[in-house]
Design a protein around this ligand. Structure first.
Ligand SMILES: Nc1ncnc2c1ncn2[C@@H]1O[C@H](COP(=O)(O)OP(=O)(O)O)[C@@H](O)[C@H]1O
Ligand SMILES: Nc1ccn([C@@H]2O[C@H](COP(=O)(O)O)[C@@H](O)[C@H]2O)c(=O)n1
Length: 213
C-alpha cells in the first residue's frame, strides 16, 4: 500500500471538551455509511507511558497533562505502520491503576483513522502524520464540570483528587501546551460533540479526502 493509504484525522482540545463524543459520533455515522472495515478510532490516552515499575504512590504524582507523559514515539511508529498497511497492537490503559494493562487491542489498517487526544498537536512529528486536524473549543469551566462527573463515575477518583489535579496540572498544562496547539488546527469546533453542522462538515471533508486518495 502507498503512504497515502491511511487518512489520519486528529481531534484535540482540553480534557472533557467533547473529543471522544465528536470522534465516536463521526466514527459511528461513517461506519454506517461507508462500512465498518473502512474507519477506525484510536485514543492518544492508550499511549500514556507504562508505569508498571512505579509504586501507586509514585504514579499518582505523575503529571498526566505534560507531553512527556505520553509515549508519542510508539504512537508515531504505529501511525507509520498503519500507513504502510500493517496491523498494530494498541496498549490498553487503566486510569484507576494509572498504568498500562497486560492486554493490547489488535487493530487492522483502515482507510480512515480518527485519532483523539489532548496533546496530539503539541508534537510536530504527529502534526506531520495527520491529514486534517480539529480543535474542540469548549470553555474550561464546562470541561471541568464534565471531567469532575466523569472522573468520579468512571475513573475511580474522589472529589478532592479531581480538584487538586485540576489546579496542579490539568489547567496549567492546558494553558501552557494544549491551548497554544490550537494554532496548528485546520478547523476549530465550538459546542463539541453536539455541533451537528460541524459534524456534517467534518464527515463531508473526510469523504472528500477518501475520494481524492
Ligand atoms: N456537547 C455536550 N453536551 C453535553 N455533554 C457532553 C457534550 N460533549 C461531551 N459531553 C459529556 O462530557 C463528558 C466528557 O466528554 P468526552 O467526549 O468524553 O470528552 P473528552 O474526550 O474530550 O475528554 C462525557 O460524559 C460526555 O458525554
Ligand atoms: N492516569 C491518568 C492518565 C490520564 N489522566 C487524565 O486524562 C486526561 C486526558 O484524557 P481525556 O479523556 O480527558 O482527554 C488528562 O487531562 C489527564 O489529566 C489521569 O487523570 N490519570
Amino acid at each position: 500500500m502507498s503512504d497515502q493509504s491511511c487518512i489520519i484525522i486528529a481531534i484535540t482540545g482540553a480534557s472533557a471538551s467533547g473529543k471522544s463524543l465528536i470522534s465516536s459520533t463521526i466514527h459511528k455515522e461513517l461506519c454506517n455509511e461507508l462500512g465498518y472495515e473502512e474507519i477506525g478510532m484510536i485514543a492518544e490516552d492508550s499511549y500514556y507511558k507504562d508505569q508498571g515499575h512505579l509504586s501507586f504512590k509514585e504514579r499518582i504524582k505523575t503529571n498526566y497533562d505534560h507531553p512527556n507523559s505520553m509515549d508519542h514515539d510508539l504512537l508515531i511508529q504505529h501511525l507509520k505502520a498503519l500507513k504502510l498497511g500493517n496491523a498494530i497492537d494498541i496498549p490498553v490503559y487503566n486510569y484507576v491503576e494509572h498504568s498500562r494493562t497486560q492486554e493490547v487491542t489488535h487493530f487492522e489498517p483502515k482507510k480512515v483513522v480518527i485519532l483523539e487526544g489532548i496533546l496530539l498537536l503539541t508534537d510536530e512529528r504527529i502534526r506531520q502524520e495527520v491529514n486534517m486536524s480539529v480543535f474542540v473549543d469548549t470553555p474550561l469551566d464546562i470541561c471541568f464540570i464534565r471531567r469532575l462527573q466523569r472522573d468520579m463515575e468512571e475513573r475511580g477518583r474522589s472529589l478532592q483528587s479531581v480538584i487538586e489535579q485540576y489546579q496542579a496540572t490539568v489547567r496549567p498544562m492546558f494553558l501552557q501546551f494544549i491551548e497554544p496547539s490550537k494554532q496548528y488546527a485546520d478547523i476549530v469546533v465550538p459546542q463539541g460533540g453536539k455541533n451537528r453542522i460541524a459534524i456534517n462538515m467534518l464527515k463531508a471533508q473526510i469523504k472528500h479526502l477518501l475520494d481524492n486518495k
